[in-house]
Write a new protein. Structure first.
Length: 344
């Protein structure tokens, strides 16, 4: 049994990763809610799942940083910067942070400027960039891949990518996570892995809408394929090569998230396709749907940078401007001269 490992965030994915890590070490699982922690420690149960006795709940961030060298922050992107600010005074050079947050951060932009698209690439940060901006931690990584939490909690086989500029970080993540039913691949493309994890949530929204409209698997497959194309083109505009998007964190995660009702983004889109109101869905959702915010960010950047991303443009118009879904599909289907594979 290795040293204590920390997981900050007790949502479904945080719990899933804590359960994987508990195969190899004792895990400190952080939640802000003292009642949640008390229940975990008394009953060894959380979110309806029986969990390992190696998982120890805590609502003390300082305890996590004192006891754990390796820490996995897994919280929604809109809370990530505040968490890093709170952690900063407790973090030291010895720490390794591997985040599992699949989203983008926008900072110091007013709500009005954000809604109007008055921002540039420089105003957007990945989670690893947020860690660098708000803490003194150098050894930073990202965990991404086709990781549907419910399947992992059922111990069904799964894999992920641990990406970092430092081999030491990747190795630490692989050793901590590796077990009979979970495997972690190695990548040094941190930026590509993070963008793939964020972008695929948008395509999952669109795929869910098609399912809600009962438009069939042919169109779902086409959407995923062309969505991958747009993901790569957007990444290229940021100077990111296409390799990360063609691996486990890209097409692998895209297939799982864009085809499964276990995906929050897919399910959100499904209800939209069935006619639900987006604002009602947002207010009633108990889980963060990262794709909605990411769609806003990438749509505005695509417009500002004059990028041809028709799925992004049509999805934005459908969700936020009330554009008719059937008309959006017909628009996307009316471009027969488009090149099939133009990103290799």
């Amino acid at each position: 049994m290795s040293d204590l490992v920390g997981v900050i965030g007790s949502g479904r994915f945080g719990l899933a990763m804590a359960s994987v890590l508990a195969n190899n070490s004792k895990v400190l699982l952080y939640s802000r809610n003292p009642e949640t922690i008390a229940y975990i420690n008394e009953n060894h149960e959380h979110l309806g799942y029986k969990i390992s006795k190696n998982i120890i709940g805590t609502h003390d961030l300082e305890r996590v940083t004192e006891k754990c060298k390796l820490i996995f922050p897994i919280v929604p992107s809109q809370n990530f910067r505040d968490l890093m600010k709170e952690l900063n005074s407790h973090l030291r050079a010895r720490h390794i942070l591997i985040h599992g947050t699949k989203g983008l951060d926008i900072h110091n932009i007013s709500k009005e400027d954000f809604e109007n698209g008055n921002f540039t690439n420089k105003d957007i940060s990945s989670m690893s960039e947020v860690i660098r901006q708000e803490t003194n931690v150098v050894r930073i990584g990202c965990l991404s891949g086709p990781n549907l939490s419910q399947e992992i909690m059922m111990r069904k086989p799964a894999a992920a990518v641990v990406a970092s500029e430092f081999d030491e970080v990747v190795h630490a993540g692989q050793i901590a996570l590796g077990c009979k039913y979970f495997f972690a691949f190695h990548s040094n493309d941190l930026r590509g892995t993070e963008l793939a994890g964020a972008f695929k949530n948008i395509i999952a929204l669109a795929s869910g809408i098609l399912a809600g409209k009962e438009l069939g698997k042919n169109l779902e497959a086409l959407l995923i394929t062309r969505g991958l194309n747009e993901m790569i083109h957007f990444g290229n505009s940021l100077g990111i090569s296409g390799e990360a998007f063609l691996g486990t964190a890209g097409i692998g995660d895209l297939i799982a998230t864009a085809t499964s009702p276990l995906s929050r983004n897919y399910t959100f889109g499904f209800y939209l396709g069935q006619g639900a109101d987006v604002n009602e869905l947002m207010s009633n959702s108990s889980n963060t749907v990262e794709g909605v915010m990411t769609l806003k960010i990438i749509h505005h950047l695509a417009i500002k940078n004059k990028l041809e991303l028709p799925i992004i443009i049509m999805l934005y118009k459908t969700i936020f401007e009330g554009y008719n879904i059937d008309k959006a599909v017909m628009y996307l289907m009316s471009n027969p001269m488009a090149v099939d594979v133009d990103f290799l």
